[in-house]
Design a protein around this ligand. Sequence first.
Ligand code: FES
Ligand code: FES
Length: 145
Amino acid sequence: MQLDDLYRRVIMDHYKNPRNQGTLDEEAVTVNLNNPTCGDRIQLQMQLEDGIVKQAKFSGEGCSISLSSASMMTEAVKGKSYDEALALADKFSEFIKGEDVEFEELEDIEALSGVSKFPARIKCATLAWNALRKGIEHDNNNNNK
Ligand code: FES
Ligand code: FES
């Protein structure tokens, strides 16, 4: 199998069988973000406790790239400390711009490597990761008040 085919399969698997799709209760930190280029929107909800991402779920509409990326992101960050999760988000930013990066946390993410060649799609792939940053920053700000 070609690497491209394999990557396409991984992406479609996350799109069709999304991990962590759904909602959490009203205690959860909720972030709504939309992709200005297409109007698609996702909601990310996280249970943040003691500096740890205990649970993460997403819902909303989007293309296969944005929803598969949300599925992968939630899988990768569950159980991670805020610092670890933010470091992963930084790593993803480098990766999606075309840097050669490996994700030992969740190899599936590497299936999105082809996206770096398509600037419009980069926004799709980063939507969920931006929501992650926003949610953690929001919680940090609240705790420092
Ligand atoms: Fe067109 Fe994402 S903006 S596919
Ligand atoms: Fe809208 Fe990708 S086309 S999120």
